[in-house]
Design a protein around this ligand. Structure first.
Ligand SMILES: *Cc1c(COP(=O)(O)O)cnc(C)c1O
Length: 431
């Protein structure tokens, strides 16, 4: 199967983390998000140990929690020694509610409001990743007003194209995130150094997502290290922290490569250390911000098949399930590839070509086009693999569909980590 936590049991049912997915669907209802706790922790440990081993010092990985945000995930990230990225007051609130240590929280975002900034500073978070001049001014003013000095990194765009999807490519110069390193970067540093209420620790870049090797990270680190050497020479500024962002890819389908993240980090670290030595720079604490590669393959979604439409020779067959863009908008947003399987009869020949649709009233609300499944019947269970990232966190109540629960598959059995929304939840804010 696509990942080692996916298999088929004697009944022909798909299993995930050793659990029968059809039995889980019957117990907890569908749509249903499953999370493999063991895989989650393994993924966290790969990053925690690689950053420690290959960079040492205060280097560490921060979990980019926009990929999946609920209290339980912050508890696991904290236990596994990761920091956390948040991009809104809502994510910050969730992390703090889960008891996540504030000093290990990094606040991202291209348009933090004054309220976001005040909440972060008052909560004593470790660091703001300042995205532009207006934020720098607002943060300095608010922190000074509270009698505090806030640690910051500056977000720079190095102008790297990591050969990935346009929609998730953020390292280019012309995007809404960060300040272009070339031309404007040094002035941004100067301004930060003379802004009261903030203490500049270093720099951040994030080049994109679904990256399968270390080369884009090598190229980004070269640009950042040259910039650091320049900042040292011209401004006497010694960089303490270099944040290389997130973006390692995961295997959504058989077409995606298998990637050894520890080995990629080792190569990047060797390169960064050698370049620092050449440039006469002290090795900074290096940070990375994985989101997808921590949670994606720890997730699976189970649906119940409803209608099966066969229009005739030469036309697409449609299989509709009881969820859709409300719990996974990624196909509708950017045709994201996923592997789907008929969980009820996972060993049967997949000889029925079809498009899997959701139940939302949008013609683009598809889960995946042009797949092959055993011809399903109403009531059978369908699985979508690798939905741990950017599914629950992107879910909505479109069509007034309650959001599914998250069931954590643990050594002690399945445990509800987020309960299913109710109709009362749907009207809770309505006056
Ligand atoms: C989205 C994002 C990440 C995480 O990216 P993944 O591809 O999920 O690893 C990290 N850092 C920043 C700034 C981001 O915007």
């Amino acid at each position: 199967m696509l990942h080692s936590n996916i298999s088929v049991n004697a009944a022909g049912h798909l299993t995930f983390a050793g659990f029968d997915t059809v039995a889980l669907a019957e117990e907890f209802g569908t749509p249903l998000y499953l999370l493999d706790e063991n895989r989650l922790r393994e993924n966290c440990r790969t990053y925690a140990s690689s950053m420690r081993e290959y960079y040492g010092g205060c280097s560490m990985a921060l979990f980019a929690s926009k990929a999946l945000s609920f209290k339980g995930i912050y508890r696991i990230a904290a236990e596994e020694g990761l920091g956390a990225d948040v991009v809104s007051s809502g994510e910050l609130y969730t992390a703090l509610k889960a008891g996540f240590p504030a000093e290990r929280i990094y606040f991202h975002g291209n348009n933090k409001t004054d309220e976001d900034i005040r909440y972060g500073v008052e909560s004593g978070i470790g660091c703001f990743i300042v995205d532009g001049y207006e934020e720098l001014e607002a943060l300095g003013r608010i922190a000074s007003g509270l009698g505090k000095t806030q640690d910051i990194l500056l977000r720079l765009t190095p102008g790297i194209d990591p050969h990935t999807f346009e929609a998730v490519n953020t390292g280019r110069l012309d995007c809404q995130f960060g300040v272009p390193l070339v031309g404007q970067g040094m002035n941004f540093v100067k301004t930060a150094l003379s802004t009261p209420g903030v203490r500049l620790r270093g720099f951040h870049c994030h080049i994109g997502s679904q990256i399968f090797d270390w080369i884009p990270f090598r190229d980004a680190s070269d640009i950042m290290l040259d910039f650091m050497a320049e900042a040292k020479k011209t401004l006497g500024f010694e960089t303490e922290v270099l944040n290389l962002g997130g973006g390692f890819g995961i295997r959504y389908t058989e077409a995606d490569p298998v990637i050894d993240i520890g080995a990629q980090i080792a190569k990047t670290a060797e390169h960064v250390k050698a370049r620092c030595a050449e440039l006469g720079l002290a090795l900074p604490a290096v940070l990375m911000e994985p989101g997808r590669s921590i949670v994606a393959d720890a997730g699976m979604t189970i649906y119940t098949v409803g209608s099966i439409k066969t229009i005739g020779e030469g036309y697409t067959n449609f299989v509709s399930v009881d969820g859709g863009m409300s719990d996974n908008p990624r196909y509708a947003l950017y045709q994201a590839p996923y592997t789907v399987a008929l969980a009820s009869r996972a060993n049967d020949p997949a000889d029925f070509p079809c498009t899997v649709a959701g139940r939302c009233c949008e013609s683009g609300a598809l889960i995946q086009e042009n797949v092959c499944l055993p011809r399903p019947v109403r009531g059978e269970k369908l699985a979508v693999f690798c939905t741990g990232a950017y599914n629950y966190s992107m879910a909505s109540n479109y069509n007034r569909l309650p959001r599914p629960p998250i069931v954590m598959l643990t050594a002690d059995g399945p445990k509800v980590a987020v309960r299913r929304e109710t109709f009362e939840d749907l009207t809770a804010c309505d006056i």
